[in-house]
Ligand binder design. Sequence first.
Ligand code: 4AD
Length: 429
Amino acid sequence: MLTTIAQVGQHVGQEVRIGCWLYNKRSSGKIQFLQLRDGSGFIQGVVVKAEVAENVWENASQLTQESSLYITGVVRADDRAPSGYELTVTGVEIIQIAQEYPISLKEHGVDFLMDHRHLWLRTPRQRAVMAIRSEVIRAVYEYFHENGFVKVDPPILTPTSAEGTTNLFHTKYFDEDAYLSQSGQLYMEAAAMALGRVYSFGPTFRAEKSKTRRHLIEFWMIEPEMAFVDHEENLRIQEAFVSHVVQSVLKNCQRELKTLERDTTKLQNVTGSFPRITYDDAIKLLQEKGSEIKWGDDFGAPDETLIADHFDKPVFITHYPTEIKAFYMKPHPERPEVVLCADMIAPEGYGEIIGGSQRIDDPELLEKRFAEHELSEEAYRWYLDLRKYGTVPHSGFGLGLERTVAWICGLDHVRETIPFPRMLYRLYP
Ligand code: 4AD
């Protein structure tokens, strides 16, 4: 019967058979140590020449890096082994002897690794990142499922923009123009008016000409939208949601976090309520630190890091100037020059992970915004309808999956957080 490396603990003392690849090999002449991986984990197989049939020893000797095989062996618990177990090998069935593998166990440059992303994914570090990404997604679904949200899938092909027109991906839709979705938000607002509390999770496209550690052209966003929820409650939901995700990874991915050598001290703080700072105070803070930033400017990544460094948890920057934010954000009732919005900035320099706001619910103000932002009212007629037929206060937010995974894993670039990153001038593989 076939088993997996992750399950060997259930078979201590028994003989098991595992489909796997050779990751690395050492030999002392009389003993071969096979480092094996099967996707579910890594384990060492020990082949002792004096104890196995001749063809087993020969097959093991032939194995090159990334050769595929079925290994048979007896499971032994071993505290010194990283996985806690070792295999005393009794059989080696070769599936294929791999050709010379381009990724050696030495260091490689990033461009080389990116060109070989399809193979790079096989390394322990990349496996750990993908497993944590998967756990984040599982925890996202769990949080919303347990809190009464309905999953709704907004369209990918859209006739208009949701987040400004500068980074739209254009395509033809028969005779019409269309754009790949920049955000599902506007559709999620319609869904919230039908279903109350909803969320989406899907790919998002932004033709951003920025080559930074935080920008992807195609990324995945989680976008909840909630009827009858105001700015304050929106922030409380974000705190509970992000805490749930981080704590789930800490609980279920200890092995992966260890592989990544992630210091998890600060991640453990991610519970309860998060600190808040207004945009006004954040500007003052930066000015005190010698920055030339002025009221009305947007923050760059270094500004965000300076602000985040003041706190040991994610921090909300609230009430940005109306001028620099999206058309749909609701103005502060006493200070219309700022909006009821917040960005959540991750600690340790990982930057903005969430953008969210309370939405304009007044049809007249929304029409005014269409004019100010030169958006065709005809194209957004359906969106205006949401304010004509039973408008209610409502709020929502968008969490960027890759930036969140980069933060939790402690990676300095988002390119490792997605299986096949689409970045400026990189479409291969
Ligand atoms: O702040 P953004 O642009 O917000 C929206 O799109 C809203 N419509 C969301 C909503 O309220 N429903 O983007 C939200 C998050 C950012 O905080 C960031 O984590 C991520 O999406 N993000 C990116 N991640 C990777 N690469 C990019 N180019 C990203 N742009 C945004």
